[in-house]
Design a protein around this ligand. Structure first.
Ligand SMILES: [Zn+2]
Length: 152
């Protein structure tokens, strides 16, 4: 085992198994820097699952289901632990949601949702590969494509 130091937190959220290089992106999506919370990130740590991984710790903040849905678009293999009083209070599985409401913009420039004040909605399609279809223009996108369009 590699010898590296990881900060521990008393209360908050730990997001582990983020693909290496995407930790910074998650920080911005979660707006983690806006509050009072201490945010620590480990980058390019060795991982059996991913080769290299990033890990993110946000003190005194527990993520909402919407935020967890955003994470799964970027880091579908992430594991999320809620920490209370130095202990893992809850382990959350990141599951691809069956639909996304108001979380991402439609990548199709011609889609009505990009021209009228309409909430966006995407539905996960059945099948081995993960695709979401826009409820309005019906175009299909991968989670990675939608991750580029996450609403701040
Ligand atoms: Zn659309």
């Amino acid at each position: 085992m590699q010898n590296y130091r990881v900060f521990t937190i008393e209360n908050g959220t730990v997001i582990d198994h983020i693909p290496a290089g995407l930790g910074v992106k998650l920080i911005s999506i979660l707006n983690a820097m806006s509050g009072e919370s201490i945010v620590t990130m480990g980058a390019r740590l060795p991982s059996k699952k991913l080769g290299k991984k990033d890990i993110l710790k946000i003190e005194n903040r527990e993520l909402t289901p919407d935020e967890i849905n955003q994470i799964c678009l970027i880091a579908p293999k992430a594991s999320i632990n809620l920490i209370r009083k130095n202990e893992v209070y809850k382990k959350l599985r990141v599951v691809m949601p069956s639909s996304l409401h108001k979380i991402v913009r439609c990548p199709n420039a011609k889609c009505i949702t990009n021209h009228e004040a309409t909430d966006t909605k995407f539905n996960l399609l059945e099948g081995k590969e993960k695709y979401f279809a826009c409820h309005y223009c019906e175009k299909q996108f991968t989670p990675g494509e939608l991750a580029e369009k996450i609403l701040a």
